[in-house]
Design a protein around this ligand. Structure first.
Ligand SMILES: Nc1ncnc2c1ncn2[C@@H]1O[C@H](COP(=O)(O)OP(=O)(O)OP(=O)(O)O)[C@@H](O)[C@H]1O
Ligand code: SF4
Ligand SMILES: [Mg+2]
Length: 344
């Protein structure tokens, strides 16, 4: 198996909730991320999926060191990077870069594309000698499918898809080993999403990259992910290889998410079972006892309010090599085909 390049162990981020102006008093906390574990192997893509507010971006910010975890650790090639500072931290940061969700707001409108893509060289001047930077930026434009002559243009002169290509070129400037892409295509038209995903797929083999690819829709990560983790209210509820999650989901939340993915074939769409979740996602300041999903789960029983289901391979599904035998945090995990096989 390939080397573990990035690992999260018991990752937690709680934001304190305070009241009062002069004497700030802590009255609770937002449990944005509440115990997340995963391993990303070299050359692989880990898809992280979940509804808005489940903590995906908070995980991403911790992975690229924009935020420090409240507890837990992140390992890069086996080394805990959450305790690093100074030069050692800077060196690691160079290797783990981020591509942001919104290509409209993440690019400074007053900077030229050349300055935007070359900006990482200002922070890490050792990555490219000053005299060589323009050529490197033009090379990057070419790599992401943009005309190198566009180097002096401004972001507003590009379409949404082209802007995200610029964001990707900036992410590549330091030749990182890991890219954390936080909903890189969610703000784009459906027709453009596939082009950007194909580009990221090509770049992955060309530059030997490992990806953490975040999305709120399972259909988006499908084609690029080797492994998928489904998040709900700050925790991973199901995790496995892409086929295990898409074709053999065992957690009710994953099944509900899958039942909402677009199915192009109208006949298959007709036969697909829709699971409509009732109620809103509970607030991360006040998470339900036991299973966090129980307030919306159609299978919930008394035990679900009392015992926290652990993320593990359920004993009765542990058939050796069986596709349902992957990790699922549910007391009553069982396989359910949501999307007909021919529609996938
Ligand atoms: N700096 C902060 N202070 C307080 N609460 C925060 C902060 N940042 C995020 N949160 C809260 O933490 C929770 C998780 O937020 P996060 O942005 O990680 O979710 P997300 O899964 O990325 O959602 P989306 O799909 O909308 O991008 C949300 O309830 C959010 O309001
Ligand atoms: S543990 Fe209970 S409430 Fe939670 S997902 Fe499973 S059946 Fe539903
Ligand atoms: Mg987000």
């Amino acid at each position: 198996m390939a080397e573990a390049i990035l690992e999260a162990h018991g990752l937690v981020k709680h934001y304190p909730l305070t009241r009062g102006v002069l004497f700030r008093k802590e009255v609770g906390s937002v449990k944005a991320v509440d115990g997340v574990d995963f391993t990303l192997h070299r050359g692989d893509t880990l898809g992280i999926v979940g509804e808005s507010g489940c903590g995906k971006s908070t995980v991403a910010r911790m992975l690229v060191n924009l935020e420090r975890p409240t507890a837990g650790c992140i390992k890069y090639k086996g080394e805990d990077i959450t305790r690093l500072s100074g030069r050692a931290l800077k060196a690691v940061r160079r290797n783990i870069q981020m591509v942001f969700q919104d290509p409209y707001t993440s690019l400074n409108p007053r900077m030229t594309v050349g300055d935007i893509i070359g900006e990482p060289y200002e922070i890490h001047p050792e990555a490219a000698p000053r005299g060589d930077r323009r050529r490197r930026v033009q090379e990057l434009l070419d790599v992401v499918g943009l005309n190198p002559e566009y180097i002096n243009r401004y972001p507003h002169q590009f379409s949404g898809g082209q802007r995200q290509r610029i964001g990707i070129a900036r992410g590549l400037a330091l030749r990182p080993e890991v890219i954390v892409a936080d909903e890189p295509v969610s703000a784009l038209d459906v027709s453009v999403q596939a082009q950007v995903i194909n580009l990221m797929d090509r770049l992955q083999s060309e530059f030997d990259l490992s990806y953490v690819f975040i999305a709120h829709d399972l259909s988006i990560v499908r084609h690029i992910s080797d492994r998928v983790a489904v998040m709900y209210l700050g925790r991973i509820v199901e995790r496995g290889r892409d086929t295990e999650i898409y074709d053999h989901p065992t957690h009710p939340y994953t099944q509900a998410l899958l039942s909402a993915v677009p199915v192009p074939d109208p006949e298959a769409r007709e036969r697909r079972e829709r699971i409509i979740l009732t109620g809103d996602v509970p607030s991360p300041t006040n998470v339900p006892s036991g299973c966090r999903f129980r307030t919306r789960c159609w299978k919930a029983r008394d035990v679900c309010a009392e015992e926290v289901p652990l993320l593990a391979v359920p004993a009765r599904l542990r058939e050796p090599g069986g596709p349902a035998g992957h990790e699922s945090a549910c007391h009553f995990a069982e396989e359910k085909q949501v999307v007909a096989a021919e529609a996938r």
